[in-house]
Design a protein around this ligand. Structure first.
Ligand SMILES: [Zn+2]
Length: 464
């Protein structure tokens, strides 16, 4: 027992205690089930945006911005989306924005991917985002993406998800021959140019003696298969985005099934929670904006990343339609935003990299990062204390458990999010999201109670 007066001391609350009633547990389980279906379906940014657009259209969102439109969706190149629900107050009184990212670390195919070596058909890759390369070896991988033909026709590719589909794989060195490799530093032992996917083995024209000495017969057969299945030729792969991702559905984790294991909790758990929150809070005071970006994992670069001008263009268009006399700067300066992104949960096997008093723990709800960045807060958005106080108040009033942390020990690492790209507009912004284990791995782990609390936290924010 603490000797301090309880009201003077801060104690984090465990979500499983807070949501212990039968009603809460039922809602928590339903939330987890629906999330697992989403996570198993959406493995790329395009698939995620398609899913989101479909869901909001069913909820009455229109893709046309007219003066009368109350719920509006605007897609950018199939990879980013802005969702808008008009509030009772004019836009110039500010907005509530939830911004998350729909891209995930993965292994992309190169533009000249296909080759043959030692009678195996292989594909060259270039990884995307921060991965630990060895985690992607010797496991089932699915191929997702699009091939765009010269006439503009888009061919969608998804191989390896149906249990009857074949999968692809990147091989690993057997321990018997790894004596030299195990002495190397991890950063040197695994080379990007060795992350080549095995895609075929049977040669073309098998049994035809006259063709038996032809070169690259396996490669030839892969080209035949690609043409037969998708109508694409080798040069169509120049205008393709094909991504290798972990194959198969999300799974329950733990003997108690209290966690979810799967690919892409970072940041699809926040995409899901923000979408659920938006679909639940239908009559807001302030205009609600929910924005899902691409390219966060490579620094928010490019036309579809958070550094692009898409958001600014879109808000300018809203203002022109709804409140042409108001100033854009006014809208941004009065805006409130949550950069919805996951946190690193304390890993009991690696306690030494966390500072335990300022770390995120599984089970204690969504976590605020007042600032991100690295060593000395370099590259950080640092949320204003007035804003932190405002958010504490709405979450405590809503009875949602939450925690406050930073990413690991000060000198050990760090990271960035989209927060600083929103902060440049002068709006209030802070990072917040659930804590996950094995972040950026092919099998990240998220607690079901944390997911549920995150949805409720985002709801409380959107309706504030
Ligand atoms: Zn993230």
């Amino acid at each position: 027992m603490s000797k301090l007066k309880p009201e003077l001391e801060h104690t984090s609350r465990n979500c499983w205690d807070v949501y212990a009633s039968a009603v809460d547990r039922k809602a928590l389980a339903a939330c987890a089930d629906s999330y697992m279906r989403f996570l198993s379906t959406c493995k790329t940014e395009r698939e995620t945006i398609d899913y989101v657009l479909d869901a909001v259209k069913k909820a009455g969102f229109s893709e046309t911005l007219a003066a009368s439109t109350k719920a509006y969706a605007r897609v950018l190149r199939g990879k980013s989306i802005l969702l808008v629900r008009r509030g009772r107050k004019p836009l110039s009184q500010g907005f509530r924005l939830l911004g998350a990212h729909a891209d995930t670390p993965r292994i992309d195919l190169k533009q000249h991917p296909l080759y043959e070596d030692t009678d195996l058909g292989l594909m060259k890759t270039h990884y995307y985002g921060g991965i630990r390369k060895y985690q992607w070896l010797a496991r089932e991988l699915a191929l997702h993406g699009v091939v765009v033909k010269k006439d503009g026709g888009i061919v969608k590719v998804c191989v390896g998800e149906d249990p009857n589909d074949p999968v692809l794989t990147i091989t690993d060195l057997l321990p018997h021959l790894a004596y030299k490799q195990v002495e190397q530093k991890v950063s040197e032992a695994f080379e990007a140019e060795k992350l080549n996917a095995v895609v075929a083995h049977e040669p073309a024209n098998a049994g035809d003696e006259k063709r038996a000495k032809d070169k690259d017969r396996v490669r030839q057969r892969v080209l035949e298969l690609l043409h037969k299945r998708y109508g694409v030729t080798e040069s169509d792969l120049f205008s393709a985005e094909l991504q290798l991702v972990p194959a198969g559905p999300a799974r329950n984790v733990g003997l108690d099934g209290s966690m979810i294991g799967g690919y892409g909790h970072d940041d699809r758990s926040c995409v899901f929670a923000a979408l659920q929150a938006l679909l639940s809070e239908k009559t807001p005071e302030h205009t609600q904006l929910v924005l899902f970006w691409d390219k966060e994992e490579i620094g928010s670069e490019g036309g579809t990343g958070a550094q692009s001008l898409f958001f600014e263009y879109a808000v300018a268009d809203l203002l022109a339609a709804w409140e042409p006399k108001a100033r854009l700067s006014e809208v941004f300066l009065r805006g409130m935003a949550i950069s919805a992104d996951v946190n690193a949960a304390v890993d009991p096997d690696h306690l030494d990299v966390y500072e335990k008093r300022n770390a995120a723990y599984m089970g204690y709800g969504p976590c605020f990062n007042k600032f991100t960045g690295h060593r000395g807060k370099v590259g950080a958005n640092d949320a204003h204390p007035e804003y932190v106080a405002y958010l504490r108040n709405i979450l405590d009033k809503a009875g949602v458990p939450w925690q406050m942390a930073e990413l690991g020990k000060v000198d050990l690492g760090g990271g960035g999010t989209v927060a600083k790209f929103l902060a440049v507009y002068g709006m209030d912004v802070i990072d917040m999201g659930p804590a996950v284990l094995s972040m950026h791995s092919p099998f990240e782990v998220l607690g079901k109670a944390d997911l549920y609390a995150t949805v409720l936290a985002f709801r409380a924010f959107l309706k504030s």
